[in-house]
Design a protein around this ligand. Structure first.
Ligand code: G
Ligand code: G
Ligand code: NA
Ligand code: MN
Length: 255
C-alpha cells in the first residue's frame, strides 16, 4: 500500500495517537511543558514513528484529518491532566502546511479549546518554515494572528534548516524559536554549529522571542546551552516521547 493509503487506514482505524516529549526550563530546571508527536499503532507492527506516513502531512485532506485527530487527542489529554491538578506547562502541537490551505485552521483550534475548556495559554502551535511555502502566506498570517490574539503561542520549528527568512519573524507573531537538532548535535565539536546556535539565541533574545534547543542528548550539551542562556531544552537527555498514560507520573516525579 502507498504511504497515503496507509495513512488513510491509520486515521480511519483510530491508530494515530500523540506521544509527549518533555521540555525543560534551563534556568530553573522546571518542566516547561511537552511537544505532542504523532505515533501510530500498527496492529502487527507495534508503535511507529510518522516516517512511513509522512507524505500524508502534505496531502490537503489527510494532513487536515491527521491534524484534527491529533488535536482532539491532545486537548482531551490536557483536559484530563488539568482536572487532575497536574502542572502540565505548555503543550505544543505541530501544524503542517496542508492544514493552512483551509481558511478556518485557527477557528477549528479555538473551537476545540472552547469545547474542552482548556485555556488557550496552555497551547502552542509549532510550524516549520515550509508552511510559508506550502500554503498561502495570507492564510498562514491570518491564522497565526487569530490564534495569537487568543493567547495560543506560536513556535517556529526546525529553525535554520528550511527556507529561513528573517522577515517571517517580523511578519508573523512568533513567540518561540526551536533550534534544529542538527545544530545542537555539533555544538561541542563544530565551530560552525556553535556559531549558529549563538546567533539564533542572540537573534531570539533581541526580538524578545524564547529559544528552545532540540535534540539535546547529553548533559554536556545541556550545560553548554545553559551557559549560552538558552531558555528551554528538549531531547533524549531529558526524556523520550512517551505515551499519554506515562505523563502524570513523569510530571510528579520531576517536581
Ligand atoms: O517524532 P519524530 O522524530 O518521529 O517525527 C518525525 C517528523 O514528523 C518530525 O519532522 C516531526 O516534526 C513530524 N511530526 C511529528 N508529529 C507530527 C504531527 O502531529 N503533525 C505534523 N504535521 N508533523 C509531525
Ligand atoms: O521536526 P520536529 O522537530 O518536530 O521533530 C522532532 C523529532 O525529533 C521527533 O520525532 C522526536 O522523536 C525526535 N527527537 C526528539 N529528541 C531527540 C533527540 O534527543 N535526538 C534525536 N536524534 N531525535 C530526537
Ligand atoms: Na515539532
Ligand atoms: Mn523540530
Amino acid at each position: 500500500a502507498s504511504a497515503l493509503e496507509v495513512a488513510a487506514k491509520a486515521i480511519e482505524s483510530g491508530w494515530i495517537m500523540p506521544f509527549y516529549q518533555p521540555k525543560v526550563v534551563l534556568a530553573s530546571g522546571a518542566l516547561g511543558g511537552f511537544e505532542a508527536l504523532l505515533r501510530w499503532q500498527h496492529p502487527r507492527g507495534g508503535i511507529q514513528s510518522p516516517e512511513k506516513i509522512a507524505p500524508a502531512f502534505n496531502d490537503t485532506e489527510l494532513g487536515t484529518a491527521i491534524g484534527e485527530r491529533m488535536r482532539s487527542c491532545v486537548l482531551s489529554d490536557m483536559r484530563g491532566w488539568l482536572d487532575a491538578g497536574l502542572s502540565i506547562g505548555r503543550i505544543a502541537i505541530n501544524a503542517s502546511a496542508a492544514e493552512f490551505r483551509r481558511d478556518d485552521y485557527a477557528e477549528r483550534v479555538l473551537e476545540e479549546l472552547r469545547r474542552t475548556g482548556v485555556p488557550a495559554r496552555y497551547l502552542e502551535v509549532e510550524v516549520t518554515e515550509s508552511v510559508f511555502l506550502g500554503s498561502s502566506t495570507q492564510l498562514v498570517e491570518r491564522a497565526l494572528r487569530t490564534l495569537s490574539a487568543e493567547g495560543v503561542t506560536i513556535a517556529l520549528d526546525d529553525f535554520g534548516t528550511g527556507y529561513a527568512s528573517l522577515s517571517h519573524l517580523k511578519r508573523f507573531p512568533v513567540n518561540t524559536l526551536k533550534i534544529d537538532r542538527s545544530f545542537v548535535q555539533g555544538l561541542e565539536s563544530d565551530a560552525g554549529d556553535a556559531a549558529i546556535v549563538k546567533a539564533v539565541l542572540s537573534l531570539g533574545h533581541n526580538l524578545d522571542i524564547e529559544v528552545v534547543a532540540e535534540g539535546v542528548e547529553t548533559a554536556f550539551q545541556s550545560s553548554l546551552l545553559q551557559r549560552m542562556s538558552c531558555d528551554l531544552v528538549q531531547g533524549y537527555h531529558f526524556g523520550r516521547p512517551m505515551p499519554a498514560s506515562d505523563v502524570p507520573s513523569f510530571i510528579i516525579s520531576w517536581q
